[in-house]
Write a new protein. Structure first.
Length: 487
């Protein structure tokens, strides 16, 4: 964040500056977690579901916060805490507002108006973070820029990410998440993106939106927010997203593999950790696992070409891309190749996971290990049956599932022709790990995936521990016990 004077901050938030020696002092970083406060930071006291930032003002001041934003109804408490945290030193100023959360949005919106960098908004039911990272990697080959912090894509995270932008940056790629109609419109009002990307529409968060139609309505709010001078990127091979183009007042570019796309991929090839494709007779290579990364790559390429990057610069950006942790990251754990896709799951990303295993070459066995997909409402049973069928279509050598929806996955897999001997339905993770322990063999490839609430990263940690134990046993001269296998 470039330096902002406290009096400007107070004006932007309709707040009142209380205490201190004047409003000319500046701040360059906003924090909402007192534990992360550094000298000179501005501490923003937000009230959440479990904690209220006003309770941590003393710690923030002890750690060197130079100012804080607080609510009117907590002013007396804030002043007392601020004095206590200051010890014998001068008491720094407070900016007092009616609602600190609304004030954060107001400040971020004002701050956005002070920046000239190109703002790119990314939303969709799946692939948002990967697409965000792909765009950032490619554009960074030519220009300095920023992107959303971690998974900061909501009414708190987006403003904080936007404040990372400063006058040295040429662009910002901001992820926009939503679980209800109206939320994307609110985020777009703050960020005012000039480029809009919809990664795809699926059943993610359908329980919050209420229906697939409401998901389309909500995600399309990004297109309606774009200025006529901007442009949008949509997946052109999907009739649903292609049909959303008329909600935009600016030009829309379609990306995909069919002939009626503005940016069209051809000669697409997938190796274990490489995606290769051609656009207009230029070959590009991306160091990723799975064909499903193609849509993100084409989106990044389309934006890059539109703002003037050369094919050489775009290729360089692709080469620097790194998969986000928990999103199809490949790890070698002992003698096993593990594809860590544990961050989250929805029907579209589960299908992509099955296709990734289908295309994997050189495995002893290809094992798919899944937990429930959450927030699917009344669509849950059908979606999990379709997952089972997708696993059968991918001809996986083993499917291990656990959770409340496991029986539906198994039923779908059996309907799809997967042999019962290749299936394991488990009510608890401990049972799944016991089965996995029996079937693991050297050279196996495992893809682990499930919704965030299922905490499938526990499988990855178990594999690491098992590998470490095997290494210890080998080191003292013992032989590991025999293992079983799916047949």
């Amino acid at each position: 964040m470039h330096p902002v004077a406290l009096h400007s901050l107070a004006t932007a938030t309709n707040g009142q500056l209380v205490g201190g020696t004047g409003g000319e002092a500046t701040v360059t970083r906003v924090v909402i977690d007192s534990r992360l406060t550094k000298p000179g930071d501005l501490f923003w006291a937000l009230r959440g579901e479990h904690h209220d930032g006003h309770e941590f003002l003393v710690e923030a001041r002890h750690r060197g916060a130079s100012a804080a934003v607080v609510r009117h109804d907590r002013l007396a408490q804030a002043q007392e805490a601020w004095k206590s945290g200051s010890g014998r030193g001068a008491v720094p100023p407070l900016i007092v507002v009616d609602d600190t959360l609304a004030a954060l949005a107001d400040f971020a919106s004002w701050y956005r108006s002070q920046q000239e960098g190109l703002v790119i908004g990314v939303t969709g039911s799946f692939g948002k973070t990967t697409t965000r990272e792909m765009i950032h990697a490619v554009l960074s080959a030519a220009y300095p820029g920023v992107r959303s912090l971690k998974n900061f894509n909501n009414h708190i995270g987006l403003p904080l990410s936007l404040l990372e932008l400063d006058q040295s940056h040429e662009f910002a790629v901001l992820e926009m998440g939503a679980s209800a109609v109206g939320e994307i419109a609110m985020l777009a009002k703050i960020a005012r993106p000039e480029v809009g990307v919809i990664t795809g529409i699926g059943l993610a968060h359908v329980a919050g939106f209420g229906s697939p139609e409401q998901i389309v309505l909500g995600k399309g709010e990004l297109l309606e927010a774009l200025p006529a001078t901007g442009f949008a990127i949509l997946p052109g091979d999907d009739p649903l997203t292609r049909g959303m183009a008329d909600r935009s007042s600016c030009p829309v570019l379609f990306v995909g593999e069919s002939e009626n796309n503005h940016v069209r991929a051809s000669n697409v090839r997938v190796a274990n950790q490489r995606l290769t494709f051609e656009v207009d007779h230029v070959e590009y290579e991306v160091p990723v696992t799975g064909r499903h990364f193609l849509r993100a790559a084409l989106t990044a390429l389309a934006i890059a070409r539109e703002i003037g990057l050369s094919p050489t610069q775009i290729a360089s950006g692709f080469a620097n891309f790194q998969a986000v942790p928990g999103r199809c990251q490949v790890h070698q754990i002992g003698s096993w190749t593990v594809i860590d896709d544990t961050y989250n799951a929805n029907p579209a990303s589960m299908r992509a996971a099955c296709e990734t295993l289908r295309d994997w070459q050189g495995a002893n066995k290809r094992l798919l290990i899944t937990g429930d997909m959450l927030e699917l409402g009344t669509h849950a049973e059908q979606a999990h049956m379709e997952l089972g069928r997708a696993a059968a279509d991918a001809h996986v050598d083993g499917l291990l599932v656990f959770g409340q929806q496991a029986e539906h996955v198994v039923r779908g897999a059996l309907d799809g022709g997967l042999r019962p001997s290749r299936l394991a339905q488990c009510d608890h993770l401990e049972i799944l790990l016991t089965v996995l322990d029996c079937v693991l063999e050297p050279g196996d490839v495992l893809l682990v995936k499930g919704s965030r609430g299922m905490r499938m990263e526990r499988v990855i940690e178990w594999l690491r521990q098992k590998s470490d134990r095997k290494s210890e046993i080998t080191a003292v001269g013992s032989r590991p016990s025999a293992v079983g296998s799916f047949v």
